[in-house]
Design a protein around this ligand. Sequence first.
Ligand code: NAI
Ligand code: MG
Length: 397
Amino acid sequence: MGKRTIVSLPGDGIGAIVLSEAIRVLEATGFNADYIEGDIGWKFWRKEGNPLPERTINLLAEHKIGLFGAITSKPKDEAADELDAELQQKGLVYSSPIVGLRQHFNMDICIRPCKTYPGNPLNFIRRGKDGTIEEPIIDVAIFRQNTEGLYGGVEWSDPPGQVHEALMTHPKFRKNFGRVPANDISVSTRIFTRKATRRILQAAFGHARKYGYKSVTVCEKPNVIRETSGMMFKMAKEIQQDEYPEIELWNTNIDAQMMWLTKNPEDYNVIVAGNMFGDIVSDAFAGLIGGLGFACSAQFSADGVALFEPTHGSAPKYAGYDISIVNPIAMIESACMMLDYLGEEERSGRIRNAVSVVVKEGKVRTYDMMKLTGSQDVLNKGASSTKEMTDAIISKL
Ligand code: NAI
Ligand code: MG
């Protein structure tokens, strides 16, 4: 394979720290790549009034593959106050650069795998028969529609006249809300399109087939949210029957799925959901396999732009430490997803194997794995640093 070009987007806080650790691991596998750094995040908001400069979008448009750390976001007013003096009072409004990237490139597919590393002290355990302790092995990949639904941004408080009129044409609106003054109403819509729904379902089934999983579960609420959830499940049935007969199609409701989460999480394989329920179910499963130090993700567009990132944010309170204490595994796992995507599965397999050996040995553990509260002092309490964790993983490659 020739040399790859990867756009590295360190961002803010610990994002930059864990990204450079992940690149160390990639390099240790002999993965042949140039990393071009893209400007993104708080620094660029303050200096340029734009956390996602055009040049960064262009870089990603050109090279297609991004490895992203994390950014800091702050509420609108606070953000405006932190702008450099010459940018103040210009009416600049902060918006999240991750959401900006997702929208610009229409990265509509989000994958969040959640897989247990045996020996991780953060693993979910439950009481079995006769008081035994069971540690189920969870191996779930959540496919979340990333651009539509409840996070699509089509919403109003005090909806304008035309919108209100349109809503009044719906008998249920008229009956339940018809007499409420418009300025006492907020509306957030949940729009699903067939095209995007098909894409997320196809991606989920395709993943199940590629990796030999036996089931795909649609996790929505079609019995109540009949139109959107209902459409997704109906389309899932068609796709399963026509194209993936060897894969079982399951249907769970998001609320019940949360209740069953701790009962039988090992029974699920691929889960697919709309934007918000996908967000919920992926955080929930991530909690069972170690939380933010372990949760990785990828986002894809139809035209080949892919972004790989840990689920965690920039954790500013841990960013300024002389010796970093945060867990680099979520970022390293995200880099593995990138390798899979690039067909470099031999290397990603080696990295995951090295992580699993380190986790199982239990000699090197970051503070989160020791259930300590983060502080510089955790290193005196036996926690390993970010760099020690990376070194340990590299030593097992
Ligand atoms: P966060 O994910 O940055 O941190 C929350 C807590 O999780 C930390 O205080 C720490 O205890 C733990 N944690 C996070 N990453 C860890 C790691 N690698 N190893 C060990 N422990 C880890 O979320 P928070 O504090 O709510 O947000 C901080 C900033 O990050 C905010 O400005 C927020 O807007 C932004 N953010 C950015 C995201 C992104 O870039 N994708 C996602 C979430 C938040
Ligand atoms: Mg979430």
